[in-house]
Design a protein. Structure first.
Length: 120
């Protein structure tokens, strides 16, 4: 039996610099690989592929979630360093009706990253 260990999203950008601003400068992932059209960024168990492709970027702006067990610490770090990336609809840690506490970041191309904590 195979064991699934991680899902790695691919996010398309017209300008990959926008993705680097969100995922590397904002969230704090590290560049693991970079070439003309692809950046692989990651930290711990989190990875994302940032692909420069205007045609695909125009089709979809994804919403991604990162789970954490210390949302207050993650929020304090990100809000302190990059308040400009906080999503206007979820710019502080908020308990959702279905249980988790969340806040979100959004880049200038409308890619959204939600940070979620299910611990109580």
């Amino acid at each position: 039996m195979e064991v699934l260990t991680i899902l790695i999203p691919k996010v398309f950008y017209s300008d990959v610099a926008v993705g680097l601003d969100l995922f590397v400068d904002g969230i704090g992932l590290h560049v693991l690989h970079r070439d003309d059209t692809l950046v692989v960024a990651g930290r711990n168990q989190i990875k994302v592929y940032l692909v420069e492709d205007s045609e695909f970027a125009a089709r979809d702006r994804p919403e991604l979630c990162i789970e954490t067990d210390d949302i207050e610490a993650v929020y304090a770090d990100l809000a302190g360093r990059r308040p400009d990336l906080l999503h206007p609809s979820l710019d502080r840690v908020t308990r959702q009706p279905w249980g988790p506490r969340e806040f979100a970041l959004r880049d200038i191309s409308d890619v959204c990253v939600i940070f979620r904590d299910w611990s109580h």
